[in-house]
Design a protein around this ligand. Structure first.
Ligand code: ACM
Length: 170
């Protein structure tokens, strides 16, 4: 199994510029799975919930996700990416597992860090694993690592690899 990751400095609030940068960087990538950072499209340091609400997207009606799924189709890989997720009147700091067939799994960050609590809702979905190229993949996001229960639950679910999109502000 071949896994890659892509790190960069997002331009805050400019989803299109950040998406274009990722699409261009990965256009020829050969891998089974590629992992992107936490909140790579919006950036991380929101002023308040209103600003976040203007940038968050519903993954099932998102031009960003559509472009990433098309990339997965062209290159034949799967992607784990951070994502500012709008779901009704809630907004989650999420990680998506995407593949050629679309959205495979959504994880919503359970342990919000510092000011994230002011504008994101805490995750409300169970930790789950999904098969990717013969391995069981789990997802968690940045500050989740500090609570051993996150890894423990994923391990009990059978995770063999944990993908961990992060945005380290320290
Ligand atoms: C963090 O959870 N982004 C520190």
């Amino acid at each position: 199994m071949k896994i890659g990751f892509y790190q960069f400095t997002p331009v805050f609030g400019n989803i299109q510029v950040n998406l274009d940068k990722i699409l261009s960087a990965l256009q020829d990538a050969q891998a089974d799975l590629i992992v992107l950072p936490e909140l790579p499209f919006t950036g991380y340091l929101f002023a308040d919930r209103t600003e976040l609400a203007g940038l968050a997207e519903d993954p099932r009606a998102s031009a960003t996700v559509k472009a990433l799924v098309e990339l997965c189709q062209r290159q034949g890989f799967q992607l784990v990416t951070g994502f500012a997720e709008k779901a009704g009147d809630k907004i989650f700091n999420s990680a998506l597992l995407l593949g050629p067939s679309g959205v495979v799994n959504v994880y919503r960050k359970l342990h919000l860090f510092d000011r994230e609590k002011l504008y994101f809702d805490p995750g409300d979905l169970p930790l789950r694993v999904n098969p990717v190229a013969g391995a069981k993949i789990g997802m968690m996001i940045c500050f989740d690592w500090i609570f051993p229960e996150t890894c423990r639950v994923l391990a009990l679910e059978g995770a063999e690899i944990i993908c961990h999109p992060s945005n380290l502000v320290l």
